[in-house]
Design a protein. Structure first.
Length: 316
């Protein structure tokens, strides 16, 4: 049912005056990690644009569930914003199953894409493969296959390895690591030949020369590293990134959602923001709220079967 003309005008007037007081961002990211830094870059730029303070509140833990529950209970006035991450939508609903306490699609309305952090594949410097195609041939030609490292079972880096294994029919197996630094040390030392991680997380290994990047799971080559092939060029369908999306509690007036989307797109198109994002291996997309919703639903379709497979294997 459409609102009355008076209600529409009132919502439009509200959006024109928005924001006229401080705003809070709720994020599942731990303070200081890459998604948190990205969130704070956006918060700083929006503070300058709005002339209003933005307070970033970190609510990490439980795979994003703590932040999701906190954000779902926020006022529906547009002054409380949820900076959600991929795993909350692609992993948590499968892990929680019927126990999932928040219906994400009913609780939140997407605003826009903040940024994606594509996952890269790297190998020990002595691995005799200089491309993704050569790596596939090497792994499948090795008795019992080869191991790959990634942080956190069910995390985006791990899922990327599983997706590449599935799409490329590659005989490789996952080894859990307690953090990117552990994976990097294991690969540099030659204990594990392959690893998956975001570009920023992989940087300490690649800068020292102990790890060579073979590809990145972006849709196409990235603008600041054009010589690094997209894995998708060799194994179609291997597109994977951690992502950060701006959302609000469902029920926030659409006029405010559209204003937020417009201002977010202005900020992420800023040259300084683009450069700072790229240093963090982060790339934004110019998406409307509707396109952002479609993006999330497509991510769910892609990842839920992979997550179910990972969960089933973990129970064996």
């Amino acid at each position: 049912m459409r609102g009355s003309p008076g209600a529409v005008l009132s919502a439009s007037a509200l959006a024109q005056d928005y924001p006229n007081k401080p705003v809070q961002f709720i994020t599942p990211a731990a303070a200081g990690n890459s998604p948190d830094v990205v969130t704070r870059i956006v918060a700083d730029k929006l503070t300058q644009l709005w002339k209003q303070q933005i307070v970033v509140i970190n609510r990490p833990g439980a795979g994003g569930l703590i932040a999701a529950q906190a954000a779902a209970a926020l006022p529906k006035d547009g002054y409380s914003i949820y900076m959600t991450q991929a795993s909350t939508w692609t992993v948590l609903p499968i892990q929680q199953g019927d126990k999932m306490p928040v219906d994400l699609h009913k609780a939140f309305a997407p605003v826009g894409m903040v940024g994606e952090q594509p996952i890269a594949v790297g190998v020990n410097k002595d691995v005799k493969a200089n491309s993704v195609a050569e790596l596939v041939q090497l792994v499948n030609g090795t008795k019992d296959g080869m191991l790959f490292a990634a942080t956190n079972r069910g995390g985006q880096a791990h899922l990327t390895g599983e997706l590449m294994r599935d799409k490329g029919k590659i005989n490789m197996s996952f080894v859990h690591s307690a953090g990117a630094a552990v994976s990097i040390n294991d690969v540099i030392a030659g204990r594990i030949p392959i690893m998956f991680e975001g570009l920023a997380g992989m940087a300490p290994g690649t800068q020292g020369g102990g790890i060579r990047l073979l590809g990145v799971a972006s849709q196409k080559r990235l603008p600041n590293v054009p010589d690094l092939p997209a894995i998708n060029e060799t194994i179609p369908g291997v597109v994977s990134s951690g992502w950060i999306v701006m959302m609000v509690p469902a029920g926030v007036p659409d006029a405010i959602v559209q204003k937020l989307n417009k201002d977010l797109r202005t900020v992420t198109a800023d040259k300084e923001v683009i450069e700072r994002f790229q240093q963090l291996g982060t790339y934004s997309r110019d998406l409307s709220p509707e396109q952002t919703d479609d993006f999330i639903k497509n991510e769910e379709k892609l990842w839920w079967p992979i997550v179910r497979q990972v969960e089933a294997e973990a129970k064996k």
